[in-house]
Design a protein around this ligand. Structure first.
Ligand code: NG6
Ligand code: CA
Length: 520
């Protein structure tokens, strides 16, 4: 294993933390020559949307190339059993930022006009990092709610990211397929003409922009019922929106605009420790990559969106290198939930799939209780500190919180980040994972539990729950019977052994209840 100076500094810092005050004073005096920044690495989280385990080259993708991400995987720490907390976006993001399961706050997929889910005063990853002097930003998809329940997009939108620990935000407020289709920079919609105010409704139609239900001929993408409201940029969305013409986004501009904002934030803060939560729209629907990426995969828009997402990642990594701060930056590359092919629009994702396996060897995908719902490609990259390595140990995105706190010697408050397992040495590739158990949350707060390689899926109350999945032909993995899979022999979760192991089922159900009550 390579031990670079930055890693030595980290090790020193953690031994200081572990020592009695007297010794730690002495040690820190002796090591005053270590520059403060080397123990306060920048943190950049690339949070991709709906990217499946098998969707990048280093994890076996076919039909699309991802050279920039592969570079991170080949020269960093590649995890093969790392998870988002949930199989949908909002609870996963909630967990990443709070170190706490989404079901504790009833987090579920939010409408575009939902109130802020993380309320001011709640401890968050950025607010914790601020205690260590970090400058913090979120650029990209939010989908965690904004305002107090009756958000006025024409004034100061608050509470939002700035009220829970971010110094700067440039947002796509909800999802690409939901209104409002405008950018929000800090508290204000970008480019809004106040004489053309924005109005948004998820209940009744507002304004006179046509919907796809009224004028299918005006929409350039075929959409399902839910995605057939207001047409903007030729694409019908979920929800209706009036006004704000001068502020409307063009989906094809996302890669350039979000990259520019991310790069600007990095440039402005290159001399202090910073945290950038770079949260992508890709590869969520509607998939409308910039023309220069169209046709760059053999899989149609879904594959082209992967190419675009890989390009975006490369741009930020190059910027860090050019500024000479790559070696002082931890990059975490991961996804908010597993893959989905058709999710509201017909973009040929199924027809053009070819040999590609979005979920890799796993069963299920986005929304699902099966592994592919939350097991996502995850790379931790810290050049010259983390040696190239691969691990199949269990890891949760929630663990970043307590691990960063450990690295920075920040004491967590009682109850703060209660589901985050301190896993710093594992993240640095130096020790096995401290995480032995992990709850996953499928759509609608349906829970399962991993203990090492055993996987228990809690039974649901009614047959055919989540009918929208059945309509979409998506495997939820829900059953009124308990399910138990031994992933060490049955990675594809095809052989339910619950009936033969009823005691183990009881043990796992009890453990699940215990973690719900007490955390890990
Ligand atoms: C679902 C939408 C889906 C997508 C998802 C959120 C329907 C039928 N489906 O409700 O298209 O927008 O929400 O995706 O409306 S996520 O990645 O942000 O969780
Ligand atoms: Ca998602």
């Amino acid at each position: 294993m390579r031990l670079s100076s930055a890693l030595l500094a980290v090790l020193l810092a953690s031994s200081i933390i572990g020592c009695s005050p007297k010794v730690s004073e002495k040690q820190s005096e002796e090591n005053q020559s270590i520059p403060a920044t080397s123990v306060k690495p920048n943190l950049v989280i690339f949070y991709i949307d709906d990217l499946g385990y098998g969707d990048v080259g280093a994890y076996g993708a076919k039909g699309v190339e991802t050279p920039n991400i592969d570079q991170l995987a080949n020269n960093g720490f590649k995890l093969t059993d790392a998870h988002s907390s949930a199989a949908t976006c909002t609870p996963s993001r909630y967990s990443l930022l709070t170190g706490e399961h989404g079901f504790r706050s009833n987090a579920s997929i939010l409408p575009g006009d939902a109130p802020a889910l993380i309320r001011p005063g709640k401890a968050t990853l950025p607010s914790m990092l601020k205690k260590a002097g970090y400058e913090t930003a979120v650029v990209g998809k939010w989908h965690l709610g904004l305002g107090d329940g009756n958000v006025d997009w024409n004034g100061d939108v608050s509470p939002g990211p700035l009220d829970i620990g971010f110094d700067y935000s440039f947002l796509l407020p909800a999802t690409g397929d939901r209104v409002p289709t405008v950018y929000l920079e800090n508290r204000n919609v970008v480019g809004l003409d106040k004489s053309d105010p924005i109005q948004v409704s998820y209940k009744e139609k507002v304004g006179d922009r046509p919907t796809r239900k009224e004028r299918p001929d005006l929409a350039r993408v075929v959409a399902d019922e839910q995605h057939s409201d207001t047409i903007i940029n030729g694409v019908s969305r979920i929800g209706t929106m009036a006004g704000g013409e001068s502020a409307l986004w063009k989906d094809e501009d996302f890669p350039d605009i979000f990259t520019e904002k991310a790069v600007n934030f990095i440039r402005q803060n290159k001399d202090k420790p910073f945290f950038l939560f770079h949260s992508y729209h890709d590869i969520h629907v509607p998939r409308l990559p910039h023309p220069r990426f169209q046709g760059k995969s053999s899989m149609g828009p879904r594959g082209d969106a992967i190419v675009q997402m890989d390009w975006m990642t490369g741009q930020v990594v190059k910027e860090l290198e050019q500024l000479g701060i790559a070696e002082n930056t931890i990059i975490v590359f991961t996804s908010d939930n597993g893959p989905v092919l058709t999710d509201g629009y017909d973009d040929m994702a199924i027809e053009m799939l070819g040999e590609h396996k979005p979920a890799g060897p796993f069963r299920g995908g986005k929304y699902s209780a099966y592994e592919a719902g939350t097991r996502v490609p995850t790379i931790i990259y810290w050049p010259n500190t983390i040696a190239p390595k691969e691990s199949d140990d269990l890891f949760s995105q929630m663990d970043i919180y307590a691990s960063m706190a450990k690295l920075l010697d920040i004491q967590l408050e009682d109850g703060e980040a209660m589901d985050s397992v301190e896993n710093l040495d594992f993240m640095l590739g130096m020790a096995p994972s401290n995480r032995k158990e992990l709850i996953a949350e499928a759509v609608g707060n349906r829970l399962s539990l991993r203990i090492d390689e055993m996987k228990y899926i809690k039974p649901v109350k009614r047959k055919n729950e989540a009918p929208f999945l059945i309509r979409k032909n998506i495997e939820g993995g829900f059953s009124v019977e308990p399910q138990l899979y031994d992933l060490s022999k049955d990675v594809g979760e095809t052989n339910n052994i619950a009936a033969e192991h009823s005691e183990l089922v009881t043990t796992m159900e009890n453990k699940l209840q215990q973690i719900i009550k007490e955390g890990y």
